[in-house]
Design a protein around this ligand. Structure first.
Ligand SMILES: [Zn+2]
Length: 246
């Protein structure tokens, strides 16, 4: 899985989604305003909004009643919210003029958040199950409808050379995934000595990650893993996952 390294916040902004995947709304305040590529933005203190990154799509959300999309501002490191309708060609349906210190209400599309967190966490699990087969990670994507993880195909793994063998290898991956879900392994995180956020699936897997995750793998019943494909020395493992009803 290609991860980016998250810390718990930049300056006066708190990445609230690190602490609670399911926090839907919050009363908070504006910590900064600015312009990014000609488009006005607002940054809030208690930041519910996960920007696109780590193979995971951006949240959808609202600041007061204005639909926004969060993006990371490289200069400041802040997660900033731009109007969901603004574009390079037409930056004007823009946000109203927010001011620093202004009290605002923030809200996310919780259904989309849960879908993204389910797919993203399932990605960690599928990755772990495939690493257990002896395959080295090459890339990943957790977007709805495209979720897949790719590995370098070792020539020594003869299973990958026949349809029956590929089915057998996929079945081994499915068995590891099903076992971890049945055991309801906890999903936790900690900051390491370098300040990186390390995400753990109990003792099965650990990786630096700034994404959003479910509480435990029992939240992910019915993960599907179609028979893997091998192309140009790459193993492609597609998967799908949905969050259980809450
Ligand atoms: Zn993650």
């Amino acid at each position: 899985m290609v991860h980016y390294n998250g810390t718990s916040g930049t300056g006066s902004q708190i990445s609230a989604y690190y602490h609670d995947t399911y926090e839907e709304q919050a009363a908070t305040r504006v910590v900064a305003v600015g312009v990014l590529d000609g488009v006005p933005w607002v940054a809030i203190e208690h930041c519910l909004f996960h920007p696109q990154g780590g193979g995971q799509p951006a949240d959808r959300g609202w600041v007061d009643d204005h639909a926004i999309v969060p993006v990371r501002d490289r200069d400041s490191g802040l997660i900033v919210a731009v109007s969901a309708q603004a574009s390079d060609e037409d930056p004007s349906p823009v946000l109203p003029p927010f001011e620093e210190g202004q009290r605002v209400k923030a809200r996310i599309d919780l259904e989309a958040r849960m879908r993204h967190a389910a797919l993203h966490t399932a990605g960690h699990l599928v990755e772990a199950a495939c690493r257990a087969q002896g395959w080295a990670l090459a890339g990943s994507n957790h977007f709805p409808g495209q979720a897949r993880i790719e590995f370098t195909a070792p020539e020594s793994d003869v299973r990958l050379q026949s349809p029956e063998g590929r089915e057998e290898a996929t079945e081994a991956v499915r068995a590891t995934v099903a076992d971890a879900v049945a055991r309801d392994l906890a999903v936790t995180w900690e900051l390491d000595d370098a300040g990186r956020r390390i995400v753990h699936l109990d003792g099965l897997h650990a990786a630096p990650c700034g994404g959003t995750h479910v509480h435990s793998l029992g939240d992910l019943p019915g993960i599907t893993v179609p028979t893997l494909k091998v192309k140009k020395s790459r193993i492609r493992v597609s998967y799908d996952a949905a969050h259980r009803e809450r």
